[in-house]
Design a protein around this ligand. Structure first.
Ligand SMILES: Cc1cc2nc3c(=O)[nH]c(=O)nc-3n(C[C@H](O)[C@H](O)[C@H](O)COP(=O)(O)OP(=O)(O)OC[C@H]3O[C@@H](n4cnc5c(N)ncnc54)[C@H](O)[C@@H]3O)c2cc1C
Length: 123
């Protein structure tokens, strides 16, 4: 991801990111479209009650990893929706009335900013 953004920055190209393509991704002609589809690892820490989720993962993967530990993620109505796009938009899930938006539960993010730097940010 970082290399792709740095490539675009070095050539003064616009960047857009896509995991599933369910949402609206607007890209100028000639820009760089980054697909996160293959960055899809999910690991669950049952003691800490959190998951580390890569940018291309879908909710159905998180549910499958969380369920054996008696945990459930703040996912929505469809398992094939991407965790990143859903959460960046807030994420109004099946348990939202009781537990709030998915974005409320984000503890930390590894983000590549527009200058091509990888930054770790915490909530
Ligand atoms: C069948 C279906 C059911 C749904 N149910 C719900 C629901 O119950 N609750 C709810 O809140 N929403 C729901 N949605 C809406 C869904 O949350 C949005 O469409 C969401 O944007 C999809 O995210 P995505 O990652 O799958 O799609 P994508 O198109 O891959 O991404 C969506 C947006 O996020 C951006 N994005 C994705 N990954 C990154 C990244 N790594 N870095 C920066 N930007 C990124 C993309 O550029 C795009 O603008 C549903 C959608 C569908 C199709």
């Amino acid at each position: 991801m970082r290399a792709a953004v740095q490539f675009a920055v070095s050539r003064d190209l616009a960047v857009a990111v896509q995991s599933t393509g369910h949402g609206v991704t607007v890209l100028d002609e000639g820009g760089v479209l980054i697909s996160t589809k293959r960055m899809a690892d999910v690991t669950v820490d049952p003691q800490g009650r959190y998951a580390r989720i890569e940018a291309g993962a879908r909710w159905e993967q998180v549910v499958a990893c969380a369920e054996p530990h008696g945990l459930v993620p703040p996912s929505g109505s469809a398992g094939h929706v991407g965790v990143a796009g859903y959460t960046l938009a807030g994420g109004m899930g099946l348990l939202a009335r009781e537990f709030g938006y998915a974005a409320d539960h984000v503890r930390a993010l590894d983000v590549v900013t527009a200058d091509g730097e990888l930054r770790h940010v915490t909530a």
